[in-house]
Each structure stands twice: as structure tokens, then as C-alpha cells.
Design a protein around this ligand. Structure first.
Ligand SMILES: [Zn+2]
Length: 277
């Protein structure tokens, strides 16, 4: 369908941050203040106000603690997918550990939502060249799509396609949905979410979406509940990580509303159904 874009939410709590397992180990999560429910309600009310459905990549750990929230998201017509169970980077897991994490998350989330999960998103876009075995496992486990490979240096690979494509590394069945990344002279711009969505001028983002849509492709955006929270508990992180997590957080809601006013959005599953399959 023409000019259709994709909105996704990584449904996790403020303490699900990759690379700080020493500061916030999994064993400590149960003792930390959970803020995911309140922040997700902010996102849900923005989506309701604009009549938009999104894909929620739910962390298994969060689903376990907040089953009613997951059921409510599903009842409102959003798509439930998974973000794994324990929020570990794929390239730091063995293929066996990845499969176990995936199965655990899926069993919990499908049990709660009462519907089959079709899609997966890795924490921190961590399917890349050194974890390229993962799409094959997703295919074997019956997933239809993945959204974990960023066309960006380091976090992914800037040579990866910027539009939906068949994921490499498997049997060529799985679809891969990359985040919005715009070409630029020095380095591609991460506009689809995180600090890029909050920091670049809105006109740069609007231009990138328009250019992709004109070429017949969707722009994919992603947000996290903690990006709607001005009172995130402080974690002592290195400066660069703090910027990535916290820069201009007050802007996320405003940015999301503008995008929802200017462009049409849907879920990954509905996009697949209407525009690809
Ligand atoms: Zn995450």
C-alpha cells in the first residue's frame, strides 16, 4: 500500500540497557522500581488519539510481571511480537542460548496474549555479521519476520539494505525490517529511533520518510517506554551511553505526535500482509 510506514515499540523497562549487566544484572531486576506500565500507557494514549496501531516487541521478562498490560495492548488491536526474554545482545549469546531465550519469551507472551507471535526484534539491533546464524534459527522457530539488522556502522553494517528484504543467513524465508536510516555524506543517520529521532531537526526526518515513500518503501520507527519518562532513575553510565539514552527525552512524545499527524503508520504484520505477501 502506498505511503504506509511502520511504527514499533520495544516494550521493556528503564533498566533494560545493553552493556551494563555489571551495574544492572538480571538478578537485580525484580528489586528495581518498574516504570514500564505507566510509560506504556502514555504511548497507548498517543496511539489511540491518532487511531494508529503499532507492533510491540515485548520482552518476556516484562510480560511475566505485567500480563494485564500485554493483554490490554493486544485488546486495543496492536500487534504483539517479541524482544526476547532477558534482553541480551544476540552476538553475545551462543546459538543454543539464543534459541532458548527466544522459546522462553515466546511461550510466556503467547500464553498471555493468546495469539501467535510472528516477529522478533533483538536488543540493540544485535543481529549483525557475527550473529548472522540468528535468522536461520528464527526461521526454524516459525517466525515470519525479524527487525534486528541496522544499516549502520558498528551497531550493524552500513552495507545492509535500508528497505524490507529477505533476511540473509537463513533459507531466505524470513523478512527483515530495518529501522529508518538516511544516507549522508559522512555516515548514515539513525533517524528511526533512539537519540537520532529525538535530536535531528524534524525536517530532516520528514524529508527522509518522504524520500523513502516516494521510492515505494516504508520508513520504520521504534520507541521505548523510557523515552516518554522525564523521571528515569539515574544510572551511572559513561557519557556517550548517557547521551544515547537520555538526550532530549522530553521530545519523544512531541516527535511521535508530529510523525503520526504527517504520515500513515501500521504494524509490521499488517504491512507484510498488505504490501508484500
Ligand atoms: Zn531493548
Amino acid at each position: 500500500m502506498k505511503d504506509l510506514n511502520i511504527l514499533t515499540v520495544d516494550l521493556e523497562d528503564w533498566f533494560h540497557i545493553c552493556g551494563v549487566e555489571d551495574l544492572l544484572p538480571e538478578e537485580s531486576w525484580g528489586r528495581l522500581e518498574s516504570r514500564v506500565e505507566k510509560n506504556t500507557r502514555v504511548i497507548l494514549s498517543i496511539l489511540d488519539r491518532h487511531g494508529v496501531k503499532a507492533t510491540f516487541f515485548v520482552l518476556g521478562f516484562v510480560a511475566e510481571g505485567h500480563p494485564e498490560l500485554i493483554r490490554d495492548i493486544a485488546r486495543r488491536g496492536h500487534e504483539i511480537a517479541t524482544h526476547g526474554y532477558a534482553h541480551r545482545r544476540v552476538y553475545e549469546m551462543s546459538p543454543k542460548a539464543f534459541r532458548e531465550d527466544l522459546r522462553k519469551a515466546r511461550a510466556i507472551i503467547e500464553g498471555i496474549a493468546g495469539a501467535r507471535i510472528l516477529g522478533y526484534r533483538a536488543p540493540e539491533w544485535s543481529i549483525r555479521d557475527d550473529s548472522i546464524w540468528a535468522p536461520g534459527i528464527l526461521e526454524e522457530e516459525g517466525f515470519l519476520y525479524d527487525s534486528s539488522m541496522a544499516p549502520l556502522p558498528i551497531i550493524g553494517n552500513k552495507a545492509y539494505p535500508r528497505v524490507p528484504h529477505r533476511a540473509p543467513g537463513g533459507a531466505g524465508v524470513l523478512w527483515e525490517f530495518p529501522p529508518l536510516v538516511a544516507p549522508a555524506p559522512l555516515t548514515p543517520l539513525p533517524l528511526g529511533g533512539g537519540w537520532g529521532l529525538r535530536v535531528f531537526p524534524y525536517r530532516v526526518i520528514r524529508h527522509a520518510v518522504t524520500a523513502l515513500n516516494r521510492a515505494g518503501h516504508p520508513a520504520l520507527f521504534y520507541v521505548h517506554p523510557r523515552e516518554f519518562d522525564r523521571r528515569n532513575p539515574k544510572v551511572s553510565l559513561p557519557l556517550s551511553r548517557r547521551f544515547v539514552l537520555n538526550a532530549r527525552v522530553a521530545r519523544t512524545g512531541q516527535r511521535l505526535c508530529r510523525l503520526l499527524e504527517d504520515f500513515r503508520f501500521t504494524t509490521v504484520a499488517r504491512y507484510l500482509e498488505s504490501s508484500i505477501a
